[in-house]
Design a protein around this ligand. Structure first.
Ligand code: GYE
Length: 340
C-alpha cells in the first residue's frame, strides 16, 4: 500500500512537471543535462592529446616562390600560436633532402610528419618506414603517387581544376584564338603535371588555341625569365599568350618580354596561378591578365588534422582548399586584403 502511494505521488509529480514543461517555450529539458554530464565527464579523462603535446616534423620543399614563403610562414606561425613543437626542415628543392628529413623525424619519434613532396614519385620506401614506426604522414600542398595506405590524408588544392580555370580565363582573354607558350612548374611535381593537364583538357575543343612551346621554369622567377627569353628567341612575335604555372615564373617572364621590346599584358597576354601579392601588383600595372588562386595558408588546417589523427579521429582522404580566380579590374580593390 505504501509503495503504491509513493508511486502515485511520483506519477502525479511527473505529470505536473510535464505540463509545466509543455507550457514553457524552449528548454523543457532541464533535468536532462544532469543525466548527460556524468557521461561526458567519464569520457574526458581518456588520454586525448592537445596541441601542447604535439611534436610535428615538417619536410618543406624550399623557398622557390612567393607562394612557398607564405606557406612556410603559415606552418611556422600557426605552430607557435597553438604551442605545437615543430621540427622544420627546408630541403632546398631536393627530394633526397626531404627523405633524409623524414628519416630523422622517424628517429626522433615525432607524433606526425607533414611533407610537401617536391615530385610525385619515389616516396614509397620512406613512407613505409614511417608507417612501420607508427607515425602518420600527412601530405600538405602536393600529392605523392603512393598507395593510399601509406599516407593519412592530403591537404591541398585541386591542381587539375586550377589548370582548367586558367584555360577558361585564357579562352576569355584571347577570344578563343592564340598561340600560347607554357612555363611549366618543377618537372614531375603534382602542380606541374596537373596544371598542364587541366589546361589542355579545357582547350581540347578550342581549335583556335594552340600551345606552340612548353618548358619548365622550375617555379622560380629567374628560370621563368630565362625560359621566356628562349621562347622569344625561337618564336618572337608569333607568341600571343603565356600560360605560367605560377606567378613567380610569370613575373620573371614579364621582365623578359619587356627587355625584348614587347608589352606584357597587351602584346602577349598572360595567365598564371597562385594569386600572390606580386601578381596583383602586376595586374594593377597592366602586365598580367589573370591569376588563378592557390591558397598557401595551410597551417591552421594542417595542425587541426594532425591533432585529429593522433587522437585516432577519422579524417577525409583529401581536404581541398577553397580558391578563386582574379582579373585586373578588381586587383586594386583586393590587394590590401591579400595576406600573401
Ligand atoms: O603554385 C608554386 C610553388 O605546390 C602549389 O609550388 C605549390 C606550388 C605553387 O612553388 O608557386
Amino acid at each position: 500500500m505504501k509503495l503504491s502511494k509513493v508511486l502515485l505521488l511520483v506519477v502525479t509529480l511527473a505529470m505536473i512537471l510535464a505540463v509545466i514543461g509543455c507550457g514553457a517555450s524552449a528548454p523543457a529539458a532541464q533535468p536532462a543535462p544532469a543525466k548527460e554530464q556524468p557521461a561526458q565527464a567519464e569520457k574526458a579523462p581518456a588520454a586525448e592529446k592537445t596541441y601542447a603535446d604535439l611534436v610535428v616534423g615538417y619536410a618543406q620543399i624550399g623557398a622557390e616562390s612567393e607562394w612557398r614563403t607564405a606557406n612556410t610562414a603559415s606552418i611556422k606561425e600557426e605552430a607557435e600560436k597553438l604551442g605545437v613543437e615543430l621540427k622544420f626542415s627546408d630541403a632546398q628543392q631536393k627530394q633526397e633532402n626531404q627523405i633524409k628529413a623524414i628519416r630523422s623525424f622517424i628517429a626522433q619519434q615525432v607524433d606526425v610528419i607533414g611533407v610537401s613532396p617536391v615530385v610525385e614519385t619515389g616516396w614509397e620506401t620512406v613512407f613505409q618506414e614511417a608507417k612501420d614506426a607508427g607515425i602518420p604522414v600527412i601530405l600538405v600542398d602536393r600529392r605523392a603517387a603512393v598507395p593510399e595506405d601509406l599516407y593519412t590524408t592530403y591537404l591541398g588544392s585541386d591542381f587539375v581544376e586550377e589548370g582548367r580555370r586558367a584555360g577558361e580565363a585564357m579562352d576569355k582573354i584571347l577570344g578563343g584564338k592564340g598561340k600560347i607558350v607554357e612555363l611549366v612548374g618543377t618537372v614531375g611535381s603534382a602542380p606541374a603535371n596537373d596544371r598542364a593537364k587541366g589546361f589542355r583538357e579545357y582547350i581540347a575543343d578550342k581549335p583556335g588555341m594552340e600551345i606552340i612551346a612548353s618548358q619548365s621554369g622550375d617555379f622560380t622567377r629567374a628560370k621563368g625569365k630565362e625560359v621566356m627569353e628562349a621562347f622569344l628567341k625561337t618564336h618572337g612575335k608569333d607568341i600571343t599568350a603565356l600560360y605560367a604555372h605560377n606567378d613567380d615564373m610569370a613575373i620573371g617572364a614579364i621582365q623578359a618580354i619587356e627587355e625584348y621590346g614587347l608589352k606584357p599584358g597587351e602584346d602577349i597576354k598572360i595567365v598564371s596561378v597562385d594569386a600572390v601579392r606580386g601578381a596583383f601588383e602586376a595586374m594593377i600595372a597592366g602586365k598580367l591578365n589573370c591569376t588563378v588562386e592557390c591558397n598557401p595558408l595551410l597551417g591552421p588546417q594542417f595542425y587541426d588534422l594532425a591533432l585529429k589523427v593522433v587522437n585516432g579521429q577519422e579524417v577525409p582522404k583529401w581536404v581541398p582548399s577553397e580558391e578563386g580566380v582574379y582579373y585586373p579590374e578588381e586587383a586594386a580593390a583586393l590587394l590590401p586584403e591579400r595576406k600573401y
